[in-house]
Design a protein around this ligand. Structure first.
Ligand SMILES: Cc1ncc(COP(=O)(O)O)c(C=O)c1O
Length: 360
């Protein structure tokens, strides 16, 4: 630590030894690394949205418009009666807020791994223990291992990403219910994270009200608004009411809020985009199946996980050919030599397949 900066000593040692969340530089590359929707807004909608954003009172703190957005999201998601909804600056913020709200001495967070990294990062930052329970070699939930870990750790929260990132699959329904029951029996919460819901055949929304300890988290990021930053968490009123107290008062800017309302008014446009991406995913999967030496896993999201003979070589080869994907091979031993491909437009996917084939 440089003596010229003694104030660095005031920053937690564990924070100083962390790596910042890595966002890859995509300048000049076809960006297929972060499950973004490749479709932008049509010019006519851009103009309409621009007018609305321009007319906002930027001099005022966000106000009651947030309640309009909550009502619109609840209707869009068909939120069950007796539930409430809170807003986050992306699901990332909601994950941090729930972790903070549950930060009792000795509390832990449990999730299957490999999974979404923010569950572990938010636990670490908040000083909670993170318990990662490995998936099976085929990326299914290891039911007995999950139940044993819940019994041993009695975690405050169990996260189930449904579909999971980066494996892109939905979990077995009976195994989910066993986990939900076990977590409820020991007095913990379950958060079903449906970030990829627009691309999945099933949702937990029709089962969530059966339980008093299950929260459902969604985001508009994969829906098509990754740049807007808007996540939402739904659950029984009594629970959401407490967690919402941790939220900074103005976490959703008037711009985020208005963009999200605008998008929900045009939900049919985004539904068509999601439908297109589901179709393109099937074409991509069929193209990948023709590549020798490559293994892929079934996807219910806008990504496909593949295993190649040498992930570093293929990743670098694709990058040299102008296509950026995510090399997840070092994230977890189960992901050895795996790359995560984001589903793009038909043209994007054709370029990605060609780059992949030449880089194997
Ligand atoms: C499973 C899962 N949950 C949540 C998020 C975060 O979403 P947001 O953009 O709303 O912060 C992601 C982002 O990749 C994700 O994969």
């Amino acid at each position: 630590m440089p003596d010229s900066l003694p104030a660095l000593r005031r920053i937690r040692a564990d924070v100083q030894s962390m790596h910042a969340y890595a966002v890859q530089d995509a300048t000049g590359l076809l960006k297929l690394d972060a499950m973004e929707n490749p479709h932008g807004l049509a010019p006519v909608l851009q103009a309409e949205l621009g007018q609305r954003l321009g007319a906002l009172a930027l001099n005022r703190y966000p106000g009651a418009r947030g309640d309009d957005l909550k009502r619109a999201l609840a209707a869009y998601a068909q939120m069950p009666a007796g539930f409430s909804l809170m807003l986050g600056n992306g699901s990332d913020e909601l994950i941090s807020l729930v972790t903070m709200a549950c930060d009792l001495p000795g509390a832990s967070i449990l999730a299957p791994v490999p999974g979404f990294v923010m569950y572990a990062i938010s636990a670490q930052l908040q000083g909670l223990k993170f318990v990662g329970v490995p998936l099976t070699a085929d990326f299914e939930l290891d039911g007995p291992a999950m139940l044993a870990a819940i019994a041993a750790e009695k975690p405050a929260i169990v996260y189930l990403a449904y579909p999971n990132n980066p494996t892109a699959n939905l979990w077995d329904d009976a195994t989910i219910e066993q986990i939900v029951e076990a977590q409820g029996a020991q007095g913990g919460l379950v958060i079903i994270d449906e970030a990829y819901q627009p691309f999945a055949a099933r949702s937990y929304i029709d089962r969530v009200a059966r339980h008093g300890h299950v929260l459902l988290m969604r985001t508009l990021s994969k829906f098509g608004l990754a740049g807007v930053r808007l996540g939402y968490l739904m659950g029984p009123q009594a629970l959401i009411g407490e967690i919402d107290k941790v939220r900074p008062p103005y976490n959703i800017s008037v711009l985020n809020c208005e963009c999200a309302l605008f998008a929900l008014e045009h939900a049919d446009v985004f539904a068509d985009q999601a439908a297109d991406l589901r179709t393109q995913r099937e074409h991509l999967v069929a193209g990948l199946a023709k590549l020798p030496g490559l293994r892929q896993w079934p996807s219910e999201a806008n990504m496909v996980l593949v295993r190649v003979p040498d992930a570093t070589k293929t990743f670098e080869g694709m990058k040299a050919r102008g296509v950026l994907v995510k090399n997840v091979s070092k994230m977890h031993p189960l992901l050895a030599n795996c790359l995560r491909l984001t589903v793009g437009t038909a043209d994007d996917n054709a370029r990605m397949l060609a780059a992949l084939e030449s880089s194997l």
